[in-house]
Write a protein that binds this ligand. Structure first.
Ligand SMILES: *Cc1c(COP(=O)(O)O)cnc(C)c1O
Length: 364
């Protein structure tokens, strides 16, 4: 579709070369390609959301709470319980998935451009393009780690309004240490920029959350989501934790009434069941360790991951060929466009067994 726009359509020139974001959605396959939580929402959570709905439905003639205060209070409580912090609702902003949070940050603070370190989450540069934010890509090392002194040099050189890091990183699964994040936040503060820490997979990691650094570095913003750990991807709820002034800037840029009352109410229920959902996260972590050990046993190289997915290499044949062969065997993983590597999301124990059986024929 790109490059084929009719003349009567005044699409912005910087968008004319882009294609819509999209991982394949193939409903009949075992979906291990988009880092979703493979477990259905527990019945207990479903039942409680259903019990909430009548109240919400009869009020659909009214706009939702524009500022989502009750939801933001619950999110603050969840973060405080996880990280021993003392945030309140004014330190939180919530939106339709963390992708909307990222978009709001770009709209609010992207005027001086943005910087990221690739390979990382491909949606960061995509949102930058769409919101007219100048995107600068710097590289990670060949083992996908980030050289902090090089990164600090880039920040000083480019002076971006927004510097993005993802930890655990997608697609590599690698993490940054808190001390390293603090150094990057300091460098960003020296150029009056925000450091945006995308922690979409924080719950799967042993590393403490960067939210513990915000009181020292008010220019540090942590972006989280309910899509992965909370098994809530379909509901679309993401949020940020940051200084009051960061949240205030997001309020200026957000669309009025952007988060539906249905979403706000169901997310509050899911948050009240955080303990139940965290038990599934534990199981996924132990499955990650199992799949990792099996892949290494087969002779593959596995990039150490603290997320609910991992990258592996040393299979026989190209990534594209192996990907297609797995599709032919009913299993959908991700070809992330890094030559020689594929990424697999951790599924249910049964799905992981199916993947391991299928990938065995591509042992080095
Ligand atoms: C999945 C993912 C997101 C987006 O999550 P939503 O909240 O579903 O929009 C954000 N950042 C990273 C790194 C992700 O992998």
């Amino acid at each position: 579709m790109a490059n084929n726009w009719p003349e009567w359509l005044p699409i912005r020139s910087e968008l004319s070369e882009l294609t819509p974001y999209g991982a394949p959605q193939m409903p009949d396959l075992v979906a291990l390609n988009t880092n979703e939580n493979p477990f259905e929402l527990p019945k207990e959570v479903v039942d409680e959301i259903l019990a909430e709905l009548p109240k919400v439905l009869s009020n659909l003639n009214r706009y939702p709470d524009r500022d989502a205060i009750l939801l933001r209070e619950k999110l603050a409580g969840y973060i405080n319980s996880q990280s021993g912090t003392s945030f309140n609702s004014e330190n939180i902003w919530a939106a339709n998935g963390s992708n909307e949070i990222l978009q709001t940050l770009m709209l609010a603070c992207g005027g001086r451009g943005a910087l990221g370190f690739v390979p990382s989450y491909s949606v960061h540069p995509l949102i930058a393009k769409v919101t007219g934010v100048n995107w600068n890509a710097a590289s990670r090392a060949s083992d996908f780690t980030l050289d902090i002194s090089l990164a600090i040099n880039e920040i000083h050189k480019i002076k971006p309004g927004l510097t993005f890091i993802t930890t655990p990183n997608n697609p590599t699964g690698t993490i940054l240490k808190l001390g390293e994040i603090a150094e990057l936040a300091k460098a960003a503060s020296e150029v009056n920029g925000l450091l945006v820490v995308d922690e979409a997979y924080a719950e799967f990691s042993t590393q403490s959350s960067a939210v513990t650094l915000i009181s020292k570095y008010p220019n540090l913003v942590v972006v989280r989501t309910m899509s992965k750990a909370f098994a809530f991807a379909g509901a679309r709820v993401g949020y940020l934790i940051g200084d009051l002034k960061v949240v205030a800037a997001c309020l200026v840029a957000r669309l009025p009434y952007h988060l539906s009352s249905l979403t706000q109410a169901s997310a509050q229920v899911a948050l009240s069941k955080a303990d139940l959902l965290q038990a599934e996260v534990k199981l996924l972590i132990s499955e990650r360790e199992r799949v990792c050990a099996e892949l290494i046993g087969y002779g593959f190289n596995v990039v150490p991951s603290q997320a609910n997915f991992m990258m592996f290499s040393r299979f026989t044949g190209s990534a594209g060929k192996v990907w297609q062969d797995l599709v032919d065997h009913g299993i959908l993983i991700r070809d992330i466009g890094i030559p020689g590597y594929l990424r697999v999301t951790i599924g249910t124990p049964k799905e992981n067994d199916q993947f391991l059986a299928a990938i065995a024929s591509h042992k080095p």
